[in-house]
Ligand binder design. Structure first.
Ligand SMILES: *[C@@H]1O[C@H](CO)[C@@H](O)[C@H](O)[C@H]1NC(C)=O
Ligand SMILES: *[C@@H]1O[C@H](CO)[C@@H](O)[C@H](O)[C@H]1NC(C)=O
Length: 598
């Protein structure tokens, strides 16, 4: 204790000079990073200790030691880190408090792995088989250590018992769930299992043989369910065998209680030799933790830890299913984005069938992407269901948006058509052709442009409005045309008599006037006139006069009238003095008088 506090003081002192700040802590000590919750069934993060990891910017690797309570895990870790019991992890009989949850040695060992500077953290875990806790708790610690670490040292005294194997069920499940994907990102690299049997092998059996033997199927003639289960785990472990290593360590010294006070030269030389070998083995198999194709720095490692802790705390027992969901979360988001992007390209509003088709197509693409990328063999179904659920939810939003856009567009078309129809009603010179052109344009632009779910309802409204407008127009049209013609004939009478002084025009105008006023009033009603062939001729003439593709008289009536008036005036003033001009047709006297006077 005195040494460690001295070191602490020294480090603080040094860091004060190095950084000019007191906030730098001494990381050369063990920190808890995972603690049991008060009920001792679930786990929670210990923020204080995580700072030791968060500050690291190198890729991180972790070596976790798991094993039964009082199997000497802390001592082993101190040996691997070359620490004495006084400064390193609390050794069982040295301190009253035994390791609870998961602890980390705050100062990582920096090693070069394939040219990458990697910070290796050593983790001590709470031993299992102690009384007063649920098995679920042990399983959680086990599972967490399994997911977090790159090398899992399974520290077993003397031998491998059936219970020790059945504890690896989660590791096996994880392996089967996650590690079978080739050629793509793996969710995370499996922890390499290192069986460490602390025992003096005197009977000539190698540790490898011992592990192999323990992993061999045992006959199960009675069909015991428990044995079946363990056999299954054995099989899976054997398949993963490539990635597990067996190693044995002899007893460091016969006097176990004095171990902490012994220097290396007092320990069994065989132990020291094997311990150094073990360090080398660990260094040779350790790799930075790779999660979804990326190594993690301190901050990322901690957030990864948070995620898996959440997943493992979920539910009654830690399950690989909830872990699968976590890893699939990012993929789910990507697939959703894929769906969204494809649907976004659709361009709203659109018809319901093309919407449906786009939805089906995009959904297929998203599901296919998910199928190709997802993690988990057996538990991915839930994520897939979630994806479908999300897609349907988004699809509903697209439908709503489409409805809104469609009704907005159709409403705008309807309104503009309504305005146009109103304008056509009040033409100065009513023209059937012009009205029809506008009518057709409205109909066509509506049919072409109004798309989507609102079309049918707006089509009904539109038809009704157009129909009403048309019948109103026809009624007004004949009436106004009649009035116009009456006015026109009167004007022509005036023009023929006083301006052009051309008797045929005046006569024609009179005939028209009489036809319209007297004749029709006497023999027919105005309505019956509109069915008369003569009226059709008049309408035809009027139509071609008033509205043609080249000239819209309604628009140009006033300018043209002005021009004609000017021309007439000009002709009146200029034409008088022109002697050569003569008319074939009879004209009024005034002209002759002028000639005579000349
Ligand atoms: C051993 O681990 C590597 C990755 O470290 C993996 O690619 C390989 O499939 C594993 N072997 C077995 C048999 O699980
Ligand atoms: C447009 O005209 C076509 C053919 O005359 C008709 O079937 C359709 O209902 C019309 N649409 C509207 C909105 O009036």
């Amino acid at each position: 204790m005195r040494i460690s506090s001295r070191v602490a003081v020294l480090t603080i002192f040094l860091s004060f000079f190095a950084y000019g700040s007191f906030s730098i802590e001494d990381y050369r000590q063990a920190f808890p990073i995972i603690e049991p919750d008060p009920g001792h069934t679930k786990l929670r993060l210990s923020r204080e200790g995580l700072k030791a990891i968060e500050r690291i910017t190198n890729p991180i690797a972790a070596v976790a030691v798991i094993g039964p309570y009082r199997s000497g895990k802390s001592f082993l870790l101190n040996q691997l880190l070359s620490l004495s019991c006084y400064e390193g992890f609390g050794v069982g009989h040295m301190r009253d408090t035994k390791t609870k949850g998961i602890w980390v040695w705050g100062a990582p060992v920096e090693i070069d792995i394939d040219g990458v500077k990697t910070s290796v953290f050593y983790l001590d875990t709470e031993g299992f088989e102690s009384v007063g806790k649920s098995n679920v708790y042990d399983d959680r610690i086990f599972a967490l250590a399994n997911v977090m670490s790159s090398v899992l040292i399974y520290n077993l005294p003397e031998t491998i018992r059936e219970a020790d194997i059945s504890r690896l069920s989660f590791a096996v499940e994880l392996a089967e769930e996650f590690y079978g994907r080739f050629g793509q990102d793996v969710a995370f690299e499996p922890a390499k299992l290192l069986w460490l049997i602390q025992r003096d092998f005197l009977q000539g059996k190698s540790v490898k043989e011992m592990v192999d033997e323990a992993l061999r199927r045992v006959p199960n003639v009675e069909g015991n369910k428990n044995i079946d289960q363990v056999n299954q785990i054995r099989e899976s472990l054997a398949i993963m065998g490539d990635n597990s290593t067996a190693f044995s360590l002899p007893q460091p010294h016969l006097q176990r209680t004095k171990l902490c006070d012994m220097k290396d030269d007092e320990l069994d030389p065989m132990y020291v030799k094997k311990r150094e070998q073990l360090k080398k083995v660990v260094a040779s198999i350790i790799r930075p933790k790779i999660v979804q194709g990326k190594s993690l720095n301190g901050k990322e490692f901690v957030s990864f830890l948070e995620q898996i802790l959440d997943a493992l705390n979920k539910g009654e027992i830690p399950s690989t299913g909830s872990l699968v969901e976590i890893f699939n979360k990012g993929i789910l988001e990507r697939c959703m984005k894929l769906y969204n992007d494809r649907m976004g390209k659709l361009g709203l509003p659109t018809s319901e069938t093309s919407m449906q088709r786009a939805h089906q197509g995009s959904k297929e693409v998203a599901m296919k992407a998910f199928d190709e990328q997802h993690f988990g063999r057996h538990h991915a179904k839930k994520s897939a269901e979630k994806l479908i659920e999300e897609i349907e939810k988004v699809y509903k939003n697209f439908i709503l948006a489409n409805e809104y856009q469609s009704s907005k567009l159709c409403e705008a078309l309807y309104t503009s058509c309504e305005d146009k129809m109103d304008q056509l009603q009040v033409l100065r010179l009513p023209s059937m052709a012009k009205f029809n052109a506008g009518f057709l344009h409205c109909n066509q632009s509506f049919e072409q442009k109004c798309v989507g779910p609102s079309k049918s309802s707006y089509e009904l409204r539109m038809k009704k409005m157009l129909g009403k407008s048309k019948s109103l127009f026809i009624k007004e049209y004949n009436h106004r045309l009649f009035n116009w013609l009456v006015a026109f004939s009167l004007v022509m009478v005036v023009i023929g008599r006083f301006i052009i002084k051309f008797i045929l025009i005046e006569i024609g105008a009179w005939i028209l006037f009489i036809f319209l006023e007297t004749y029709t009033r006497m023999f027919w009603t105005a309505e019956s006139l509109y069915y008369n062939p003569v009226w059709h001729v008049i309408v035809g003439t009027w139509e071609s006069l008033v509205y043609s593709p080249i000239l819209d008289l309604d628009r140009w009536a006033i300018p043209l009238g002005v021009i004609v008036a000017i021309l007439l005036l000009y002709w009146r003033c200029y034409g008088k003095r022109k002697p050569g001009s003569s008319w074939i047709l009879p004209l009024y006297n005034s002209h002759k008088d002028e000639r005579r006077s000349e």
